[in-house]
Design a binder for this molecule. Structure first.
Ligand SMILES: [Zn+2]
Ligand SMILES: [Zn+2]
Length: 408
């Protein structure tokens, strides 16, 4: 993505574009009628909600508030997969800075065609078939990003038009996830009308009858109904999301990638404790400064998106920063997928400006205190073993929270 629209380039050669899609909150309609900040969630279908266990704070057990619902369809990488990400936060003051008070999960529905294809091509992992070309095409499908040369063309219609490179997965045309998304989006949001007994029956039926032979065998998990909307705290205000690739001022040097830390954070300091503290703080400041500088170039971004990309770290010295931050281990610091065991990869992170938007109507400074929320997802986009082709399933994903630094 290094070419420029002739209208917008010209003398503007001072900008470079990155592979990171930025999301911007807006009250206006956008091309993406699935993704939003705040509000209540909508599911991939009206009959399959997640288990209510995913609605709860892991610290205090009360119901969470939705921060983000994101359309995660990637027809190039995962043809026939419909996917959405949901990120949640507990609003209890006592849960701030505690593990499990911010959670993320992924909704997944794999078409029958894609499932059959995966079974016949089992020897070829999905990831191995990705090409650069397909990756470049990803952004057009994600939460309404406008193709650079398309002048705001609707990405939904573009998926069947000529502006998109030919899809090498010819069979995916028979199960175009965009068509399904558009149909769903055309309906007004419907509160989930979940009937536990029916759902349990259908899960059980599937396990008996239609579970594909390669599926990961799991015992049917306990499934508690998703709570009614009124049992949740008042939702955050809802915003639509606009997307655009990140542009950076070329004159401001890009932060070097894969910089090795100059400090051994595990403690092999030879200096006095006082010097150690000084170095520690300057390392915090360096990483934070990089974070702040990068965001300041597009200050209204509420999220950063790049499947398999690198998150922008708020700090390298907290648990998340240590796990992800040395540039040597990639995203290995994320736990593996709890369902299939594959590695997780970075997909999206929320920025502090999201808090500004979500709490715009709140008084005082009593709100959320994270610096960034980093979401890592299964790199294979797997689905639960007890969910069949064409059915919706949900899997918890990795949410790494870097809390706001307290400065005294
Ligand atoms: Zn809580
Ligand atoms: Zn997985």
């Amino acid at each position: 993505m290094t070419t420029y629209d002739s209208d917008s380039s010209g003398a503007e050669d001072n900008f470079t574009e990155t592979n990171v899609l930025l999301g911007y909150a807006t009250k206006d309609e956008t091309d993406d009628n699935v993704s939003h900040l705040g509000g209540h969630p909508e599911w991939l279908d009206s009959k399959t909600a997640p288990t209510g266990a995913l609605a709860r704070c892991k610290t205090c057990n009360s119901y969470l508030s939705l921060l983000l619902q994101l359309n995660g369809d990637m027809p190039g990488t995962f043809p026939g997969h419909e996917r959405r990400l949901y990120v949640w936060s507990c609003r209890k003051k006592t849960c701030r800075r505690k593990d499990g008070s911010i959670r993320a999960f992924r909704a997944i529905r794999v078409s029958k065609e894609a499932m059959a294809r995966a079974q016949t091509a089992k020897a070829v992992p999905v990831a191995a078939s990705e090409s650069k070309k397909q990756q470049m095409n990803l952004g057009e499908s994600l939460f309404g990003a406008k193709p650079l040369t398309g002048g705001g063309a609707n990405p939904f219609s573009a998926s069947s038009g000529s502006s998109v490179p030919p899809n090498p997965f010819a069979s995916s045309h028979t199960s175009n996830p965009f068509a399904a998304t558009s149909l769903l989006a055309a309906k007004p949001p419907q509160p989930p009308t979940l009937q536990l007994s029916n759902l349990t029956d259908s899960f059980a039926d599937k396990l008996r009858i239609s579970s594909p032979p390669h599926a990961i065998r799991q015992p049917a998990r306990p499934h508690e109904p998703w709570p009614s909307e009124s049992s949740f705290p008042d939702p955050y205000p809802i915003y639509n999301l606009d997307a655009d690739y990140e542009t950076l001022d070329a004159e401001a040097p890009m932060p070097p990638q894969n910089v090795r830390m100059q400090l051994d954070v595990d403690g092999e300091f030879s200096n006095s404790a006082k010097d150690m503290k000084g170095e520690y703080e300057s390392e915090i400041d360096k990483t934070f400064q990089k974070f702040a500088d990068r965001l300041s170039q597009n200050p209204e971004q509420v999220l950063r998106y790049e499947f398999k990309g690198q998150p922008l770290l708020y700090s390298k010295l907290d648990a998340v920063g240590k796990a992800l931050g040395d540039g040597r281990s990639g995203n290995a610091g994320m736990t593996r997928c709890g369902n299939c065991g594959a590695e997780r990869v970075f997909e999206v992170q929320l920025t502090p400006h999201a808090i500004m938007e979500l709490e715009a109507e709140e008084e005082g400074l009593e709100g959320m205190e994270w610096g960034t929320v980093i979401v890592g997802v299964c790199r294979l986009d797997c689905q639960p073993g007890d969910v069949g082709a064409g059915e919706v399933g949900y899997l918890e994903e990795w949410a790494g929270v870097q809390w706001e630094q307290t400065r005294k």
